[in-house]
Design a protein around this ligand. Structure first.
Ligand SMILES: NC(=O)c1ccc[n+]([C@@H]2O[C@H](COP(=O)([O-])OP(=O)(O)OC[C@H]3O[C@@H](n4cnc5c(N)ncnc54)[C@H](OP(=O)(O)O)[C@@H]3O)[C@@H](O)[C@H]2O)c1
Length: 453
């Protein structure tokens, strides 16, 4: 630590020293970053081969005396209300901007870049409105701005565009990138609520801000669309040049008609490159076919479909906002910034960091099961199989013996059992006994019934 303090703002610090974070903003996302680092700090250090150790050195807030829920003890000396002091503090190597807005946030990010301290931000409004100035400063000072959290919360879509799809010409994006409006439209569709009632419900549940303007007028999604398009197509995009309309205009009648025609209404962001290389960017309530995968994105979830000329179509789905998902993206950016500061960005393969890791034996893995037996068609077969399953304490949730329409009098028939969750080993033991019954003609076929999520 002492060494780091002496090194001050130098870009390359001792790879295995702890890096100090200046956390500007300790609200929903800022406190999520604190909690995530408390919980997973050692994991991060292990995964980076010891090269990235992160600690929070200073926290900027408006009111240091404010009671803060769901957070462990934070030393009072860590808080400041002076952003200049936070940026200038020699113990701060990376500045995280999570205060929101485009005024103070701009000053903080600009000052950090001038001090050659890498910046991590989740502020899409700032980057969409004033990104041109900030990215120019970033280039001039050779100091990066990371912003994974600015688009689709916990979904790693920025990294996907910047890294994973770097070898693709991106043909299009289409996405649901505002969870609040998706929740409201969902409630209008499923519960028949009016826009006003659905908005009030979203606010009561904490899914919408007290001032939900940017969510419902489409501009929150538009800011994110601007960032995606900027990355994919490489030129600054003037917010005034894109088409944005919100969901305030959606009425129950629209929802009703959409349903009767086989559609659902979603606030969709569409970004598409045309053959003349012009880029279409728009955010608006849209009818999409019920069969489209985006139609099944419910509640506050987000999804972005990316079409690359080489990779084809990929879908990214997950939590587009919220404390932990957004903190997950901020922390990923912190590690990237930390790797670069420690000059450790080459170590991107596999670095073993657990001595006692082991794979759960397959016999200990548990799910529910579908088991198909090929049985001789005679009375008592079900009871014989059920008896063995019961002896092994395996519950049965259903049995079925479909008639073979091609041969209704067949001697051998399929007999299907649906079984409750149990360890696979227990099922294997039971089936080994069942197979010995003279009514069983071949090895049973087992499929797992997964309850994903
Ligand atoms: N919430 C999400 O799910 C989410 C998702 C993606 C991106 N983001 C982005 O992340 C950023 C932060 O959002 P949030 O929801 O965490 O906001 P928030 O809960 O309102 O927290 C804001 C924090 O910043 C502090 N702050 C605000 N203005 C300040 C100023 N002028 N000087 C000093 N401190 C100031 C506040 O201090 P006090 O605590 O003293 O009031 C508070 O700690 C925004 O840009 C937002 O768009 C949020």
């Amino acid at each position: 630590m002492e060494k780091l303090r002496r090194l001050g703002t130098l870009r390359f610090v001792n790879a295995c020293s702890s890096l100090g974070i200046g956390l500007a903003g300790f609200g929903t996302v800022g406190s999520g970053v604190w909690n995530t680092l408390e919980r997973n700090g050692e994991l991060i250090t292990g995964r980076t081969g010891g090269c990235v150790q992160l600690h929070i050195a200073k926290i900027l807030v408006r009111d240091p005396a404010k009671a803060r829920a769901n957070i462990g003890e934070v030393p009072a000396a860590m808080f400041t209300t002076d952003w200049r002091a936070l940026v200038a503090d020699p113990a701060v190597h990376i500045v995280v901007e999570l205060i929101g807005g485009t005024t103070d946030a701009f000053e903080i990010v600009a000052a950090a870049l001038r001090a050659k301290k890498p910046v991590v931000t989740g502020n899409k409004a700032l980057l969409a409105e004033r990104g041109v100035e900030l990215f120019a400063l970033s280039k001039e000072t050779n100091t990066p701005i990371h912003f994974e959290a600015a688009v689709a919360g916990g979904i790693p879509i920025i990294r996907t565009v910047q890294d994973s799809f770097i070898g693709n010409r991106i043909l299009s994006f289409s996405g649901i990138i505002n969870g609040t409006s998706n929740y409201i439209l969902g409630r209008m569709t499923d519960a028949g609520l009016t826009f006003e009632a659905a908005l009030a419900e979203a606010q009561a549940l904490g899914y919408a801000e007290a001032d939900p303007a940017l969510d419902v007028n489409g501009w929150d999604a538009a800011h994110k669309a601007i960032l995606l398009a900027t990355l994919a197509y490489g030129f600054p995009i003037d917010p005034a040049s894109i088409h944005v309309s919100g969901i305030e205009q959606v009425r129950p009648t629209d929802i009703h008609f959409a349903k009767s025609l086989g559609y659902v209404v979603k606030l969709l962001a569409v970004i598409r490159e045309h053959p003349d290389r012009s880029v279409e960017i728009r955010v608006q309530p849209s009818f999409i076919a019920k069969s489209n995968i985006l139609a099944s994105v419910h509640g506050v979830f987000n999804a972005v479909a990316v079409h690359g000329d080489a990779a084809g179509e990929s879908l990214f789905y997950g939590r587009g906002a919220g404390q932990d998902p957004t903190a997950s993206s901020v922390v990923a950016d912190l590690v990237e910034a930390g790797r670069a500061l420690g000059n450790a960005s080459g170590h991107r393969g596999f670095l073993p960091y657990r001595e006692n890791g082991h794979v759960l034996p397959v016999r200990e893995t548990s799910t529910a099961y579908y088991v198909r037996f090929d049985v001789t068609d005679r009375p008592g077969v079900i009871a014989e199989i059920a008896k063995i399953l019961a002896e092994h304490r395996i519950g049965i949730s259903g049995t079925h013996s479909p008639v073979n329409p091609a041969n209704p009098d067949a001697e051998f028939v399929d007999m299907v059992f649906l079984l409750h969750t149990c360890p696979f080993g227990k099922l294997q033991d039971a089936l080994a006994e069942v197979e010995k019954l003279d009514c069983i003609n071949s090895e049973p076929v087992v499929f797992r019934i997964e309850s994903l999520g």
